[in-house]
Ligand binder design. Structure first.
Ligand code: DGT
Ligand code: CA
Ligand code: CA
Length: 565
């Protein structure tokens, strides 16, 4: 879909205009960007079917912006954006990707220190020049430095949630070709790793050449990097590299096992094969020269004395040594507990979110808008929250097939207090608590702050427990062992937040949490109807963290779930 590309451009235009101190327009671009980002329909389809008029029906899109979208669909470029970019010093736009640096700060750095790109910025930090500017302290300097490091690392890697839909689309298209027998995504994407270097796809076919020729002509392909008899490498939308390999049918299992990796898992598995008198390669499991297994992965694992090992577990984190539990499957979540609506910074109404969740098969949802101190996202005052509780009561009388719970995502204040009085918290079915500001604390203070908040008897679930944003913001410092102990002693729950850029807790911390007998929930932190679908990314991390459905509280039906919180 072009939606994400266009919304990213609009966000960037907004930033540049703001740096140039243009009024009003940045806001319009940002609204439009948010709106397009959360659309469930492809703008290209809307344009194809309904033209400019259809585009103008998207909230936040007037005639001028509709024309820009049209221009991008037709030419792959937006002239005004190109012009704006070229009016800025080269490398300037990279500064905008650094977390902790908004347009205002960038303008200051440019005016006062002549900082035009990331390398200027790094030099200035090394010379400790930023500290002398009003609004920048030692901590800010340190944080910007960390963000630059993260940005450098992330350049080569894509978010799982960005790569997955594109790869799945390509997979489905390959599946439809009559020359193609089997298709499977391999590599880190099949293992559902939180970030992806490149997409690997494996097919078996009756006509290798034809498959390669058709593949490189898919409209999703931007550029061909390499093309041979049995493989091709291309650049897809979003600049994602995709490697396609065509293999023979009788080698599909061994090739899939090899190209799924992880490299560490496969190396360990090969060693085991050798110990048992076999040799394992992408062409098969051999005893001497004889192939003993190669058609399916299951055959290979079984021959080596293992059950089939799910791709998410293939990280050499004990799966070839310990007994593997029966990990949670993708259809076991019964309710989504972290949902925002139009009342704060979401894009849909309570009813729209409830109906969408119902069609996904959920039995219950919790509406959890932001609390009052989160002013930037229109946090609800106590009286607004009381009104929302009433509204939900009334909706529950009308809607069938799904139960709407009243909740809130309550901000944890810097002193560890919660953002609403206990009186109002008592009235809610589900209370989420989370850190949304004041990230720069010592480990000790942050741990104390969170434990203090969790200690409130009304608090149920700590959301995005480490606060990291993938490719953007490192986790805040916190002693997770202390949090785990507290949660398991006091029956508090930790969240696996499925947002594309959060996936927080991450796989490793999920595994540590359940080893400490902590209960978890998986939810989406949705701000739109579309993002309710992100639940699979959170489930994937739970699978990578060895969770069974017993570890995940919202696999329970409503009644039992309510008993656990
Ligand atoms: P990525 O793309 O960086 O997110 O990670 P992967 O795991 O997709 O790695 P990639 O694309 O370089 O290679 C795909 C798979 O091919 C990898 O998971 C395992 C296999 N593979 C690649 N290089 C080697 C190797 O040197 N040894 C072994 N045993 N397997 C390899
Ligand atoms: Ca890969
Ligand atoms: Ca690859």
């Amino acid at each position: 879909m072009l939606n994400l590309e266009i919304s990213r451009i609009f966000y960037e235009i907004a930033d540049i205009l703001e740096i140039k101190e243009v009024e009003w327009k940045p806001r319009a671009y940002r609204n439009a960007a948010r709106s397009i980002e959360s659309l469930t329909k492809d703008v290209k389809e809307i344009y194809k079917n309904e033209g400019l008029k259809g585009l103008q029906e998207i909230p936040g899109i007037g005639e001028a912006l509709a024309l820009k979208i049209e221009e991008y669909i037709k030419t792959g470029k937006i002239h005004e954006y190109e012009k704006l970019k070229s009016s800025m010093p080269k490398g300037f736009s990279e500064l905008m990707n650094i977390s902790g640096l908004g347009p205002k700060k960038i303008r200051k750095l440019y005016k006062e220190l002549d900082i035009k790109n990331v390398s200027d910025l790094q030099k200035a930090i090394q010379k400790r020049k930023l500290e002398n500017i009003y609004g920048f302290g030692e901590k800010t300097e340190e944080n910007i430095f960390k963000s630059i490091e993260l940005l450098k690392e992330s350049k080569k890697r894509f978010l799982l949630g960005i790569a997955y839909p594109i790869a799945t689309l390509v997979k489905e298209k390959l599946q439809k070709l009559k020359e193609v027998n089997q298709v499977e995504i391999a590599g880190s994407l099949r293992r559902m790793q939180e970030t992806i270097g490149d997409v690997d796809i494996l097919v078996t076919s009756t006509n290798h050449k034809k498959v390669i020729e058709t593949f490189v002509k898919f409209p999703e392909v931007r550029r061909i990097l390499a093309k041979g008899e049995t493989r091709a490498s291309v650049i897809l939308e979003e600049d994602i590299q995709c490697d396609l390999r065509v293999v023979n049918k009788n080698q599909f299992g061994s090739a899939l096992q090899y190209f799924t990796g992880s490299k560490d898992h496969s190396i360990a598995l090969r060693k085991i094969a050798i110990k048992k008198g076999y040799k394992l390669s992408e062409y098969g499991l051999f005893k001497g020269k004889k192939v003993v297994a190669s058609r399916t992965e299951k055959e290979i694992y079984n021959k080596l004395g293992f059950p089939y090992i799910e791709p998410e577990l293939r990280e050499n984190r004990g799966e070839l040594i310990k007994k593997i539990p029966n990990i949670i499957s993708y259809n076991e979540i019964k309710g989504d507990l972290h949902i925002h609506t139009k009342a704060t910074d979401g894009t849909a109404s309570i009813l729209e979110m409830a109906n969408a969740a119902k069609s996904l098969g959920h039995e219950y949802i919790a509406i959890t808008d932001h609390s009052k101190s989160s002013a930037i996202v229109n946090g609800l005052s106590e009286s607004q929250l009381l009104k929302q509780i009433e509204e939900i009561k009334n909706l529950n009388k009308k809607i069938k097939g799904i139960k709407i719970l009243s909740g809130s995502e309550v901000n944890i204040l810097k002193n560890g207090d919660l953002d609403y009085s206990d009186n109002i918290l008592k009235k809610l079915d589900v209370v989420l608590i989370g850190i949304h500001n004041g990230f720069k604390m010592s480990k000790q203070d942050m741990t104390k702050r969170i434990l203090n908040a969790l200690d409130n008897e009304n608090a149920n679930i700590l959301v995005h427990p480490t606060g990291r944003l993938l490719n953007q913001r490192a986790p805040y410092e916190v002693d997770l062992n202390k949090i785990f102990k507290f949660c398991s002693d006091k029956n508090k729950i930790l969240e696996i937040d499925s947002s594309l850029d959060r996936l927080d807790l991450n796989d490793i911390n999920i595994k540590r949490a359940i080893e400490n007998r902590v209960k978890l929930v998986i939810d989406t932190d949705s701000h739109s109807v579309k993002s309710l679908n992100n639940i699979k990314y959170g489930i994937a991390q739970a699978r990578r963290g060895w969770c069974t459905s017993k570890d995940i509280v919202n696999t329970l039906p409503l009644k039992e779930f309510l008993k656990k919180i």
